[in-house]
Design a protein around this ligand. Structure first.
Ligand code: HAM
Length: 415
């Protein structure tokens, strides 16, 4: 039987690594501008942590978790719960009243795999703990937009407010009354949602359900004064920062810990998987997990989806440069000289390739091109005699003679 990765689990091959690294380094660069520090967290946590934070009645906890039932542990389906567990466990709030933290790594959800939807996927997860200013909400969304912009990915930002424990119960009642009159027309999933999690009926993708809820009361129109003021400042601050967004009064998110601001970065370019990132405020979660009453806000971005978008937008059409120079030695003597020279160039910090099998010049030029080398240094009999090799720029095709010492070559390449 042929060995194969599990369905929904994917190898990330060397040909794709450059894009992954581009996404991660762009995110790290933007996060540093906003004063974020990295935290690395374990993949396994007690199952209870996720049930208590994400919510017993969510799809994630109900049917998507990879749990070791006999051990009472689960492979994390997201990182927010683990990050808050660490925040409480290590008393990070004592060191600094406001913590800005991010983590990057694999998450696991037993979903039906399709384009942009995997069972092991990677997230950048960003959290700010200990601050409740609505201006922070806008700052965090602006930061997410900045990451996308810097990557050259165009997405739209959708924003909503999910209220708080003061105003949501009344709204929930109003919504239930509305849904009760239409229940018979809703899909089976939504019939179950009415009982367990009625807000989720609002973002059902089934066209019939969508039509049924088109006139449903929305949370954003039923906020208490405090939430309403908060949301008004969020929107004003987004305007101040020049962030484009639209209101989506039916966006409810798939995790239960959110309150007030909720948002998603969406695209039309990934088929059914429209969310590239999503997040919101979760002011009650730290206390709910046994920590101090510190508010929080954050988002998660799906790295596979970002990489797919970059691939689709063909931003990587230009030739990838992975080597500074490929040294093509022709003949035994030139190869011997090249062998030592390549090592010296690598010691000097350059990325260098060479052929060890005595191939022809044509074949070595092909190798250099395939390897993504910016230059080729050709050393044949004549070059050996003169002590100067031919350095060819692979893009412009320009050639120049260069002395065959590591120092001279390094200088040429740096200049
Ligand atoms: P989420 O909306 O469940 O939020 O996931 C965030 C992002 O992860 C999604 O927008 C999507 O890009 C990506 N994602 C989710 N599931 C998959 C999958 N099966 N395959 C590929 N990509 C996927 C959270 O996880 C929250 N913890 C975000 C957050 C942080 N909220 C506050 N802080």
């Amino acid at each position: 039987m042929k060995l194969k990765a599990l369905n929904g689990f994917k190898d990330i091959l060397p040909a794709d690594i450059e894009l992954w690294q581009r996404v991660e380094s762009c995110a790290r660069d933007v996060l540093a501008r906003f004063q974020f520090s990295e935290i690395r967290l374990p993949i396994l946590e007690k199952t209870d942590l996720f049930a208590r934070s994400i919510g017993e009645a969510t799809d994630i906890v109900e049917k998507e978790m990879y749990s070791f039932v006999d051990k009472g542990v689960t492979m994390r389906p997201e990182a927010t719960a683990s990050l808050i567990r660490a925040y409480i466990e290590h008393g990070l709030y004592v060191q600094r009243p406001v913590q800005r933290l991010f983590t990057i790594g694999p998450m696991f959800r037993h979903e039906r795999p399709q384009k942009g939807r995997l069972r092991q996927f990677h997230q950048l997860s960003v959290e700010v703990l200990g601050a409740d200013s609505p201006r922070l909400d806008a700052e965090i969304m602006a930061m997410g937009s900045m990451i996308m912009e810097r990557l050259g990915i165009s997405v739209s930002l959708e924003v909503n407010s999910l209220g708080c424990p003061d105003c949501r119960p009344q709204y929930r009642e109003n919504l239930l009354t509305f849904l009760a009159e239409r229940e018979e027309h809703l899909c089976d999933d939504c019939k179950r949602r009415i009982v367990k999690n009625p807000l989720r009926v609002l973002d059902c993708k089934n066209p019939v359900c969508r039509e049924q809820v088109a006139d449903a009361p929305s949370m954003a129109e039923n906020l208490c004064d405090v939430c309403d003021d908060h949301f008004a400042v969020v929107r004003k601050s987004l305007d101040t920062l020049g962030v484009n967004y639209s209101l989506n009064k039916f966006m409810v998110r798939g995790l239960d810990y959110y309150c007030r601001t909720a948002f998603e970065f969406v695209t039309q370019d990934l088929g059914a998987q429209s969310a590239v990132g999503g997040g919101g405020r979760y002011d009650g979660l730290v206390a709910q997990l046994g920590g101090p009453k510190n508010p929080g806000i954050g988002f998660g971005m799906g790295l596979e989806r970002l990489v797919l978008l970059l691939q689709q937008q063909k931003q990587d059409e230009s030739r990838r440069i992975e080597l500074d120079v490929f040294v093509a030695g022709l003949g035994e003597k030139a190869s011997e000289l090249s062998y030592g020279l390549v090592h010296e160039l690598r010691q000097a910090g350059l990325r260098v390739g060479m052929d060890l099998d005595g191939r022809s010049l044509k074949s070595q030029m092909k190798q250099a091109d395939k390897a993504g080398s910016a230059h080729v240094l050709i050393i044949g009999e004549d070059e050996l005699a003169s002590g100067k090799g031919v350095l060819r720029n692979m893009e412009s095709q320009e050639q120049q003679d260069v002395e065959l010492t590591a120092e001279a070559i390094h200088k040429h390449l740096a200049g």
